[in-house]
Design a protein around this ligand. Structure first.
Ligand SMILES: Cc1cc2nc3c(=O)[nH]c(=O)nc-3n(C[C@H](O)[C@H](O)[C@H](O)COP(=O)(O)O)c2cc1C
Length: 201
């Protein structure tokens, strides 16, 4: 198996962490790989807000207040030493596509002119690369939805209004039970036959 296939197959969402800190420089190395993801017009219009150590409480206190933690399925998710919040910036794409080499596309007119949100597509590809880079660095990660408290969180962290939050990434070393499967894990991988439509639908 190639190293690439090995990393892809090994990566699984981690939902229980040890509080061991992430060594200095590892996050920066991961981000250096994530910026190699494809990016429309090489805009690279994404950002990561990073909370580390005790600062992660600023995320959890808003999105999972203490009163709701007893019933939470993954208590050791809160031990993750870092929470990364990936944001996509539509404005960066509008600006980039207003430059002379992209002007003819008309996409500089504003986000509504775009047939697909390239900022979300690009940021998602970078996030995928981050998840693989985490696996390659021996770290576990969980990408999860921020279903509660996003507005309050944005105020707490001073995030500019135009940025779009993709979700949250818990990052750190897996606890022994780190790879306890999520509720959807029993679903089989779809086969190539189910996905490939040769010559049309
Ligand atoms: C956009 C997105 C949102 C997700 N949200 C959650 C979530 O809120 N909670 C969770 O436990 N897992 C979440 N997951 C993880 C999926 O459940 C997981 O990727 C899927 O079951 C496959 O498992 P694997 O990634 O470990 O192979 C999310 C994944 C994606 C891509």
């Amino acid at each position: 198996m190639s190293e690439f296939a090995d990393v892809v197959r090994r990566r699984r969402m981690t939902r229980s962490f040890s509080d061991r800190p992430i060594p200095a420089g590892v996050l920066e190395d991961m981000v250096r790989l994530a910026v190699r993801a494809p990016s429309a017009g090489k805009t690279q219009g994404w950002h990561l807000v990073v909370l580390e150590g005790e600062d992660t409480a600023r995320f959890w206190d808003i999105t999972l207040p203490p009163g709701r933690r007893q019933r939470f399925t993954w208590p050791a998710l809160l031990d993750a030493p870092a929470i990364l919040l990936p944001f996509a910036d539509p404005g960066a794409y509008v600006e980039r596509y207003s430059e002379p080499d992209k002007e003819a596309t008309g996409l500089g007119a504003g986000p509504d002119a775009w047939p697909a949100p390239y900022w979300t597509i690009d940021a998602s590809m970078s996030v995928m690369t981050l998840l693989l880079a985490a696996e390659d660095a021996g770290l576990g990660a969980l990408l999860f939805g921020v279903f509660k408290g996003e507005s309050e969180l944005r105020v707490e962290l001073g995030v500019p209004a135009q940025l779009e939050l993709l979700g949250a990434i818990a990052l750190g070393y897996a606890a022994d039970a780190g790879h306890t499967p999520g509720r959807s894990s029993g679903r089989a991988d779809r086969s190539p036959d189910q996905i490939i439509h040769r010559g049309g639908w």
